[in-house]
Design a protein around this ligand. Structure first.
Ligand SMILES: C[S@@+](CC[C@H](N)C(=O)[O-])C[C@H]1O[C@@H](n2cnc3c(N)ncnc32)[C@H](O)[C@@H]1O
Length: 379
């Protein structure tokens, strides 16, 4: 007797068997051997999700190229035909159309009439003059960061930053040799929100704050705006401080700020009441992080304080933000010698440099940044 598999009709079966009044029960089927029954087997949706992830880098590179060519800026005032866009940004019309088709299908642009494209709220962020524009990040991610992730195998095999293998020097040495790239990096960092945990810090009666590795001056500007009697010193690499100088001058704070070009591995300006290190230590390995902290320890007076703003490993409550934060940790891995650390690990570094941690405060929930603040005093 032919035993029919009830799920896959056997078209060649002997028809006389169909009349068999009492067919034997079908043998149990092992779900693992049959993808249609195995709930662990990938579904079409699983395949689509994976394909979306595997091709996500292509979409990102399309957006990078469009941002670099200034296409979002050309669309800032409203929809425009692809012919005009191609002529103005110097692209091949057919190639531009195909790239725009792809990002439109992904929901990132709109096609308002055949061949006429418009921004969406997401891609409006790629315009140069958008508030906290993402254009510098798109360019940075699409160039050195993209190349470094392309060489991630080197990092996985050796534990060393792929960036150094590709470019022959450390990321910050490379940046400091290239003013244009420093401008892009500083703008990208400056467009990240100032750590929201700053709002919870008691800075009443503040005299002088020294922001070490202060980038484009976003944090210092915020502190000085809130505390009109305070003064500030910003320390960063020579190329980077120029960005800060311009930004703080534009904010009308230049009379209250001293810009100090230099390295935080060298002696730091003394005379501050509060020293800040925001998103600096996670760029460095333990030895270098302690070396930076020791320079702060040498400079800070007995009554002074140090505020360290960093994301604490395992302490990002929002799962969507946590996934992004873990990717930033991999970014540190391929680009730099740094990493995100736990609260205990930061306590250890601060202790090794002669500081005592007085408090640790998390970023407010649902704020635009994930950094906590560790407040420490000289021991
Ligand atoms: C990740 S950014 C953080 C910038 C800013 N504190 C913030 O929170 O947005 C790290 C900063 O460290 C600066 N930096 C790197 N190496 C440095 C060095 N040796 N001395 C001083 N600053 C340095 C970089 O130029 C950059 O501005």
């Amino acid at each position: 007797m032919t035993v029919h598999d009830t799920r896959t009709p056997d078209l060649g079966a002997d028809q006389s068997d169909a009349a068999d009044p009492a067919p034997a029960p079908a043998p149990a089927i092992d779900p693992a051997s049959d993808p249609a029954l195995d709930e662990r087997a990938p579904s079409i949706a699983d395949r689509a999700a994976l394909f979306g992830v595997l091709t996500g880098g292509w979409t990102a590179q399309c957006l990078y190229a469009l941002a670099k060519l200034g296409v979002p800026d050309l669309l800032a005032a409203g929809p425009r035909p692809v012919e005009d866009l191609a002529a103005e940004c110097g692209a091949d019309r057919r190639a531009l159309r195909r790239v725009l088709n792809a990002v439109t299908a992904a929901g990132l642009f709109r096609e308002t009439a055949p061949g006429t494209f418009a921004l969406t709220p997401v891609t409006r962020l790629l315009c140069r003059d958008a508030t906290r524009s993402s254009r510098p990040s798109a360019i940075m991610f699409g160039e050195e960061v993209y190349q470094s992730f392309g060489a991630i195998m080197h990092t996985l095999r050796t534990g060393e930053p792929a960036f150094e293998q590709l470019y022959g020097k450390g990321f910050y040495d490379y940046l400091d040799d290239d003013p244009q790239l420093t401008a892009v990096f500083s703008a990208a960092m400056g467009n990240a929100a100032v750590p929201a945990a700053l709002a919870g810090c008691d800075l009443s009666g503040l005299g002088t704050v020294v922001d070490v590795g202060g980038g484009d001056g976003g944090l210092l500007g915020k502190v000085l705006t809130r505390h009109p009697a305070a003064r500030g010193i910003l320390v960063d690499l020579p190329e980077a401080v120029e960005q800060a100088r311009a930004k703080l001058t534009a904010a009308g704070l230049d009379q209250r700020v001293t810009v100090a070009p230099g390295s935080f591995f060298d002696p730091l300006p003394t005379g501050g009441d509060v020293y800040t290190l925001s998103r600096v230590l996670h760029n460095w390995d333990d030895e270098q992080a302690v070396a930076i902290l020791r320079r702060v320890r040498e400079a800070v007076p007995d009554h002074g304080r140090l505020l360290v703003f960093e994301r604490l490993e395992g302490r990002t409550p929002d799962p969507a933000r946590a996934a992004q934060a873990q990717l930033i940790d991999v970014l540190m891995l391929v680009m730099l010698d740094g990493r995100d650390r736990t609260e205990e690990e930061y306590r250890g570094l601060l202790d090794a440099a002669g500081f005592e941690v007085r408090s640790v405060r998390a970023a407010p929930l649902h704020s635009s940044s994930t950094e906590s603040v560790l407040e420490a005093t000289p021991r």
